[in-house]
Design a protein around this ligand. Sequence first.
Ligand code: AMP
Ligand code: GLY
Length: 436
Amino acid sequence: MNILLLGSGGREHAIAASIAKSAKCSKLFIAPGNAGTSACGTNVDLKVDDFEGIGKFVLEHDVKMVVVGPEAPLVAGIADYFANDDRLQNIAMIGPSAQGAQLEGSKDFAKMFMQRMGIPTAEYKTFTKETLKDGLKFLSTLQPPYVLKADGLAAGKGVLILDKLKDAKDSLKEMLEGAKFGDASSRVVIEQYLSGVELSVFVLTDGKHYKILPSAKDYKRIGEGDTGLNTGGMGSVSPVVFADKAFMHKVEHRIVQPTVRGLHKEGIDYKGFIFLGLMAVRGEDGTLDPYVIEYNVRMGDPETESVFPRIKSDVVDLFVSTWNGTLNNVQLDIDERSAACVMLTAEGYPESYRKGDTISGLDDISKSIVFHAGTKLSPSGNIVTNGGRVLCVTTLSDNLPSALLHSLQAAESIKWKGRYYRHDIGQDLLKMSIER
Ligand code: AMP
Ligand code: GLY
């Protein structure tokens, strides 16, 4: 069948590479894609929020499946747009309805959902401009650090963690009264600070059944030792050492099952990925307990770049079963090896950065996979930088140290003016595995 994948990052290149491997895929289109995805299929010049254009393209090119990479079109209702059109409603859409996408689109919706389903998460309260005074009072009752979250989508920037009460109060005022994050902060969730180690767990669901995909850990700060500004993600590893059988059993029973059951019970259409941003918190009995920090309604980036290469099953089969509601009938085979992904970024990122630098060294990579994030082909046929996160290098190996080593070697050999990467991806997990 012909398949259309929406998005243009490293996540989409990794998904495209897996789809392209499937014998079930005749033609793969990626909209808008990047220089890397053009090696897996045909890039199409369409914006991910141009539903009309996408619908037209799907009909003209006999596309039978649409896989949605980023959250924005899901929150904006692409699945509903297809479901409400007679000619499009039978196209398999991998991504939830707008209502399901509220799990990511509204922190308040997500928190209320978790509360109704008894899913472990930080205690919280939501405030608006009208209840600002109560919010300020509430902050005074909490212990630092203070966690303030803009309710809506804020390009990953809507969460503030502040040590001082005064700063927390000032920020709450700025968010509610000063529209610090625009409309996204017209409601603000204030929540209890959870202390622990973060990880990402990915689930594919058909709305009733589910498959738990490999866990991963990403590295969000620009600087080594998790310092400096937040980024889209500077690397990832999969699996996560401390997410062992006992921990994953808790994740499945306390979080995944009540989430999928809850969506079904509330009549929310959900066929797609659920990304659980979790905090592993040491409990009183000394074992780790999972708490949900956030839901996302898509795969993570750069987690996908270390999770998808580990999926041995045919992903198109998985997607077809997701659409048909038969995920219980397919088997998910996972590569036992470790994957490590190192992100290469443009000089200046995550602040303003340059584009258009020519990339060299790509042809010399043999042991690793290079996923493109922000690249494009120049008119003269060179691959040039076209984003802050430019490329990511993933290696699969028998153990994490060797996967990391090869990814770092590959990262070093790819060059352009000012390219940067972190050398310490995964080092915290290596330290943990020695201590265990
Ligand atoms: P989010 O956008 O919700 O993933 O939050 C961004 C980051 O803030 C997370 O990756 C965590 O590192 C941190 N964070 C969010 N909520 C909490 C919390 N309740 N306690 C501690 N850290 C948090
Ligand atoms: N890596 C975090 C995210 O995709 O939101």
